[in-house]
Design a protein around this ligand. Structure first.
Ligand code: HEM
Length: 483
């Protein structure tokens, strides 16, 4: 009824993703795949716009980036849970513009290149851990926890030169618990009153208390890390030390520092470990893909050293596996919602002010017009693509490899770091191991393929627990890993 004259209301999507019902995973994926270019839907008083077409994503999020780069803030998850300090949730305002160069300084290409030795060490240790875990669990295991330890250690080392040896470490456990509680609280179903104001009549003290309790613990956890850096005698450079310099210059306050560290930990850990968990499952289901990668790695690298970052351009098939994984089984399905604060118009449609704008990455990644046979894991489709996802993300949408890192001015700040981690992680996994599906056998005696449609939703998306074996490919693996 509020659509201005001469403009059309956006079409409604087929079905409603909040009413997906009893088979949420299957229904969700069907829903996300079935969407066309652009839809609008009311979720109570909040209007959501869902972008599933590659062109519309480019037209709005990229080309009109000045308008479509804000976030619509939530009282519970932004104001209360992070005291309006979260970088993820920050509207596109002066504060965001002040914080962005600081975040790029911390996570940008330059800093990551300078720290490439650190990444190199951690991915060597990961391979050693996978060798050990394989010896202890001959029938296979779920590798998620090994990957989580690695991604956490990388962030730990970058932020404060600290690492932890095992997922049993109390520090690791505390971090896991806090972040688990955090994403549980942030679930949309907990804060329906933000969409249906009538529910505000029933005050939700229990949610408020849980949020404040989690916030207090999170702040204390990260405050302790900041203090460790302040108190350390060595004064080694690290991200927290750089943030503290910005505090001394009067640019940041204490809470800013705490919440920037929190964002780096939150954004940089689960995304990488979830990606590696997905990739291992996809590889276990596709031995022929592994075979081709093994041939490439044997030819280019040989058996006497590990793949390095500098090998990147010489191992195109391995790189194509990474791109295909971020298309086929990305750790994020619906991006982080963007927002628009003012009215706009697109192809005769009205885009109302204050809408949430969702990039349906999963839908685009399964679009047959864009990717032939999208339900197949086929790295070959990316063989001719020599540029990084970071370089392609800012160019013409038709040439983009995938939309796994979002779009426009809110594009993932950690994109360079993520690409380097995945390059080292995936090339070394394939160099060291044959990843075998260790699921129960079917009636023909073959392992039942891992069902990649069985997913666990959260802020990042995980495959359901599965079982694989990491079988060393040759006698030199352990020797090379110990150098
Ligand atoms: C495979 C790994 C990763 C994937 C798939 C991924 C994906 C994403 C996506 C989809 C967004 C939202 C973009 C948008 O709003 O359009 C995002 C934002 C962000 N990512 Fe990543 N990410 C990954 C790894 C990392 C890493 C390692 C870091 C660094 C610690 C990081 C830091 C961030 C930050 C700070 C933002 C917020 C950007 C903003 O709001 O302006 N990410 N990421």
């Amino acid at each position: 009824s509020n659509t201005p004259r001469g403009l059309k209301k956006l079409p409604s999507p087929p079905g409603h993703f909040f009413q997906i019902g009893r088979e949420p995973h299957k229904k969700f994926t069907e829903w996300a795949r079935s969407l066309g270019d652009i839809y609008g839907v009311h979720m109570g008083q909040q209007y959501w716009i869902i972008l599933t077409g590659d062109k519309v994503v480019s037209d709005l999020l990229q080309k009109r980036g000045g308008k479509y780069s804000t976030r619509i803030t939530s009282y519970y998850t932004y104001d209360l849970l992070t005291r309006g300090k979260s970088y993820f949730g920050c509207p596109y305002n002066e504060r965001y513009k002040m914080l962005t160069p600081i975040m790029h300084g911390a996570l940008g290409q330059r800093n990551i290149k300078e720290n490439s030795n650190l990444l190199d060490d951690e991915f060597r240790i990961l391979m050693q851990n996978l060798c050990k875990a394989s010896t202890n669990a001959k029938d296979g295991f779920y590798p998620k926890y090994c990957f989580q330890l690695t991604s956490l250690n990388i962030i730990n080392l970058l932020c404060l030169n600290k690492r932890t040896e095992s997922t049993e470490d109390p520090y690791y456990k505390e971090f896991e618990t806090l972040m688990g509680e955090h994403s549980e609280i942030a679930k949309i179903t907990n804060r329906l009153s933000e969409f249906f104001p009538i529910m505000k009549l029933i005050p939700n003290y229990s949610l408020r208390n849980k949020i404040i309790e989690n916030r207090t613990k999170i702040e204390a956890f990260f405050e302790k890390l900041v203090k460790e850096v302040m108190d350390s005698k060595e004064k080694k450079p690290c991200i927290i030390r750089n943030l503290l310099c910005k505090k001394d210059e009067g640019i940041l306050d204490d809470l800013d520092v705490i919440y920037l560290v929190y964002v780096i930990f939150a954004a940089g850990t689960d995304t990488i470990s979830s990606s590696l968990t997905w990739i291992s499952a996809a590889l276990a289901n596709n031995p022929e893909v592994q075979y081709k990668a093994h041939q490439e790695l044997d030819r280019v690298i040989g058996h006497s050293r590990l793949p390095e970052v500098s090998d990147e351009l010489n191992i195109p098939y391995t790189r194509a596996i990474i791109k295909e994984s971020l298309r086929y089984c990305a750790p994020i399905y619906l991006g982080l919602p963007h927002g628009i604060e003012e009215d706009d118009e697109y192809n005769g449609y009205h885009i109302p002010a204050n809408s949430v704008v969702i990039l349906n990455q999963y839908g685009i990644h399964m679009d047959e017009k864009r990717y032939e046979n999208p339900k197949e894991f086929k790295p070959e489709r990316f063989l001719g693509v020599t540029e990084s996802s970071a370089a392609l993300a800012n160019g013409n949408y038709e040439n983009r490899d995938h939309f796994g890192f979002g779009a426009g001015r809110r594009l993932c700040t950690g994109i360079h770091m993520a690409e380097m981690e995945l390059l080292l992680g995936v090339s070394r996994l394939l160099w060291c191991f044959k990843i075998e599906n260790a699921s129960p056998l079917d009636k023909d005696g073959k392992p039942i393929p891992i069902d990649l449609d069985k997913i666990r939703f959260g802020i990042t998306v995980w495959p359901e627990e599965y079982c694989v074996r990491f079988v060393k490919r040759h006698d030199n693996v352990e020797k090379v890993l110990s150098i």
